[in-house]
Design a protein around this ligand. Structure first.
Ligand code: ADP
Ligand code: MG
Length: 393
């Protein structure tokens, strides 16, 4: 009965309870890897506190290597303020606790949330979102936390479902299905962007998720480029749908919250990768999606209260998918990933500039609520009508 009700769930918008949220931006610096250390490269990012990061200019690095933070703060170094700044020793769990964790409670009460990792190839996006056995990423940590919360809710009943897809070459693929066929993206007036035929699986417990993600990630299209040995050429989107209802009650209130976690492809510009043939097309398309995302973030960042600004969401698959997360019904977190390595200076500065603009974005959050009761009433009406027809026959 409950499953039927959730399948039939229609989004009834609450007139009351719409609140404004600002896009939260967290920056995360990844440490130098062994190869970078062996080449004598150095770290050029410094945290001032848990919100402020400084990037040293490698050109002036020699003179500044010795100076302390107080001196740097007063100098002309590039300084950026975010909602959170995490350093080279931060774990995924530490990042999770200060970003996604505060949103889980809301997701279980019908609020939407979106988290995306943005940064150059090799800056740590996949490490942050997916992670590995030793240091599981935000996708795994979120699901574990969701089930942890659910185990403490005695009065309520929950259904957790997942879908996992990738945007590659402006085409959508199901990462939970062994199929090469791209899926269609349709616009639904009530639900927004809907991916037709995308597999949605029931997740009985958090234990299932790691195997599931690993299986999905194996299907991701990875290609070697000059920018990085194994650069992800695709955007991956995990959606966790949580449906909550009362346990022992006839007129059930149903709340449906969605947590979307997005691992974006490399943000470096096309001319910086030295590709040819197929990969050139991939590069161009990645930029089409990321360029569209940049344009949307620019437009949204500039928007003043109640002012109308054209936001080019329709320009790419990615922005159509993320539309709700960027300005609609969602609390949104952007994790900007940067490398601390001096070789990556330009990428780091570009990413931080971009993330800085995203801080201005506002979204409008409301609970997705419905009742099983309303559906019963609708069905009763249908039955009455049919009975009426039978009687007149
Ligand atoms: P991206 O997805 O942005 O292209 P990855 O997440 O694949 O980059 O990271 C590139 C490499 O750096 C991987 O080997 C990864 O394990 C490592 N790495 C990334 N971020 C960190 C971090 N914060 N701490 C330690 N290693 C990291
Ligand atoms: Mg990656």
């Amino acid at each position: 009965e409950l499953v039927d009700a959730t399948v039939q769930f229609t989004h009834q918008l609450m007139k009351k309870g719409v609140s404004q949220a600002t896009l939260q931006v967290a920056v995360r610096c990844r440490p130098l890897n062994d190869f970078e250390k062996s080449r004598g490269y150095v770290s050029i990012t410094r945290l001032v506190d848990d919100k402020v990061v400084i990037v040293l200019d490698p050109e002036h690095l020699k003179e500044q290597r010795e100076t302390n933070l107080d001196v740097l703060k007063r100098s002309k170094e590039k300084q950026y303020v975010f909602d959170r700044a995490l350093g080279e020793n931060a774990t995924n769990a530490m990042l999770y606790n200060v970003t996604v964790a505060p949103l889980v409670h809301g997701v279980l009460r019908g609020l939407n949330a979106t988290v995306f990792a943005y940064g150059a190839t090799g800056s740590g996006k996949t490490h942050t979102m997916v992670g590995d056995d030793q240091d599981p990423g935000l996708m795994v940590l979120s699901l574990r936390d969701i089930f942890e919360h659910i185990s403490r809710e005695q009065e309520k009943q929950f259904i957790v479902e997942c879908s996992y897809m990738e945007v590659y070459n402006e085409l959508l693929y199901d990462l939970l299905e062994n199929s090469e066929k791209p899926l269609e993206l349709r616009e639904d007036p009530k639900q927004g962007a809907v991916v037709v035929g995308l597999k949605r699986i029931l997740v009985p417990s958090a234990d299932h998720i790691f195997a599931l993600l690993r299986e999905g990630n194996k299907r991701r299209k990875t290609e070697s480029t000059d920018a990085n040995a194994t650069s992800s050429r695709s955007h991956a989107v995990l959606e966790i749908l949580c449906t909550r209802s009362d346990k022992n009650c006839y007129a059930k209130q149903v709340y449906q919250g969605k947590l979307a976690l997005v691992d974006l492809a490399g943000a470096e510009r096309a001319h910086e990768t030295n590709n040819a043939g197929r990969q050139l097309r991939d590069g161009a398309n990645i930029n089409k999606s990321l360029l569209a995302l940049a344009n949307c973030i620019n437009a949204l960042g500039k928007r003043k209260k109640k002012e109308f600004v054209f936001v080019p969401f329709r320009n790419s698959k990615l922005t159509r998918l993320l539309k709700d997360g960027l300005c609609g019904n969602s609390r949104t977190i952007m994790v900007a990933t940067v490398s601390a390595c001096n070789q990556q200076y330009h990428h780091t500065v570009n990413t931080l500039k971009y993330a800085n603009r995203a801080k201005e974005i506002k979204t409008h959050v409301r609970r997705n609520q419905g009742t099983v009761d309303t559906h019963i009433k609708e069905y009763q009406k249908m039955i009455d009508n049919l009975q009426q027809e039978v009687r007149t026959l």
